[in-house]
Design a protein around this ligand. Structure first.
Ligand code: 5GP
Length: 140
């Protein structure tokens, strides 16, 4: 596989501030924001700031930083959304369901007996995303 990084992908534009997002966390190497089509309330995406298409090409230092942020967000979601569990998902290349080609980890709060919405099914209300981002930030 010889796929390359497209610097004009949607998450690169979010990182450059060209497209708005509901930010919940950032540090030197990573950025976290609300998924625009959440599978559950609080569904957050964690990405490296440096360019990486997916797990196959990411630098190991960036990957370690992203995983540390994934854990931070997971713990925050348990607290902020009183989650019973946390689902981590990450897709690589179209055959595996990747749609946006900048490495990202889905961090999704789960509650006993509550089904997930289908992936990328319904655009969330901006006000709900904002209030969920606020709730999570307060717990970090
Ligand atoms: P994946 O590549 O992991 O299959 O899916 C990409 C994810 O990015 C989906 O969950 C989708 O809802 C989310 N997404 C796509 N475009 C945007 C966007 O412009 N802003 C945000 N916050 N999320 C997006």
């Amino acid at each position: 596989m010889t796929e390359t990084y497209d610097p004009e992908n949607i998450f690169a534009k979010i990182l450059k501030g060209e497209i708005p997002s509901n930010k919940v966390y950032e540090d030197d190497l990573t950025f976290a924001f609300m998924d625009i089509m959440p599978r559950a309330d609080g569904h957050t995406l964690v990405i490296p700031k440096n360019q990486a298409r997916n797990i196959l090409d990411v630098d190991s230092v960036d990957l370690a930083a992203v995983m540390t942020s994934v854990q931070k967000i997971a713990r925050g979601l348990v607290q902020a959304f009183d989650a019973d569990g946390i689902l981590i998902q990450q897709f690589n290349e179209p055959a595996a369901g990747q749609i946006v080609y900048h490495l990202h980890f889905h961090v999704i709060p789960r509650h006993e007996g509550v089904k997930l919405k289908p992936p990328a099914s319904e655009m969330a209300d901006q006000e709900i995303l904002q209030s969920n981002a606020y709730r999570l930030r307060a717990a970090l």
